[in-house]
Design a protein around this ligand. Structure first.
Ligand code: DC
Length: 229
């Protein structure tokens, strides 16, 4: 069966990763969470005092960036992908509210995007990949065979994110999470470099009222429409 590239973009916390991960598992493709890569760089900044308030020490970050190694491994127990930064499992740390609050300005830095986009394109060389993010269908893989743009209301997304943080025992209020979701939407859509945008040939999925099973089934159907033709 022919191998394709599947590019899934959309707003934060709209369930992109959940559906992308499940599709990759079902069809035996590699799954790459590009947001986890921007989050890992942000974690590095926070842990090395390169991010104080709104200021980012871009000179130091630019110097350090080539030595940052971001990779993904499947957890043998859960079969879920885990993010590693320089050999350390950072999966939980990169999902904290602190990283969420600092990631947008880091992801808006052109030199950070350039470096990560290169790595992402290398990962998709042999196709057979599902990647999710903000600029996958417009910048990373503009020729992807299947492009999906996912949306859901800010309130629905904040509710999902809030529950996720609660389940992990991470402190947050619904109001802070909603503010974070709205702030990130604004920055993601309005930044100069690679703003979040639907590709002209992408299919829109509004999943505000869909269950996870329903959206997984919908996505699998889109995949089959392309590979079975
Ligand atoms: O999908 P996420 O919430 O984990 O993404 C974290 C941040 O990284 C988000 O604020 C936008 C940014 N991002 C990006 O700019 N480009 C991508 N391809 C993926 C994520």
């Amino acid at each position: 069966m022919k191998k394709i590239i599947i590019a899934i973009d959309g707003y934060s916390s709209c369930g992109k990763s959940t559906m992308a991960k499940e599709l990759a598992r079902q069809i035996g493709y590699i799954y790459i969470d590009s947001g986890a890569m921007y989050r890992s760089v942000t974690l590095f900044c926070l842990e090395n005092n390169l991010c104080n308030g709104k200021e980012i020490n871009t000179t130091a970050l630019q110097q350090a960036l080539p030595s940052l190694e971001i990779s993904f491994k499947l957890d043998p127990e859960t079969q879920k992908p885990v993010t590693y930064l320089n050999g350390t499992n950072v999966e939980n740390k990169i999902r904290s509210l602190e990283v969420s609050n600092h990631v947008s300005p880091v992801a808006a830095l052109p030199f950070v995007r350039e470096a990560l986009v290169k790595q992402q394109q290398a990962m998709g060389k042999s196709k057979g990949i599902v990647m999710d993010g903000r600029d996958i269908q417009t910048v990373v893989f503009p020729n992807a065979e299947l492009k999906i743009f996912v949306t859901a209301s800010a309130e629905v997304r904040a509710e999902r994110r809030f529950k996720e943080l609660q389940e992990k025992g991470q402190p947050a209020t619904y109001e802070t999470v909603l503010k974070n979701v709205k702030d990130r939407d604004y920055i993601d859509e309005h930044r100069k470099v690679s703003p979040l945008r639907k590709a002209d040939d992408a299919i829109i999925l509004d999943n505000s009222n869909l269950t996870i099973d329903e959206q997984n089934a919908w996505l699998l159907e889109q995949y089959h429409k392309i590979v079975d033709e």
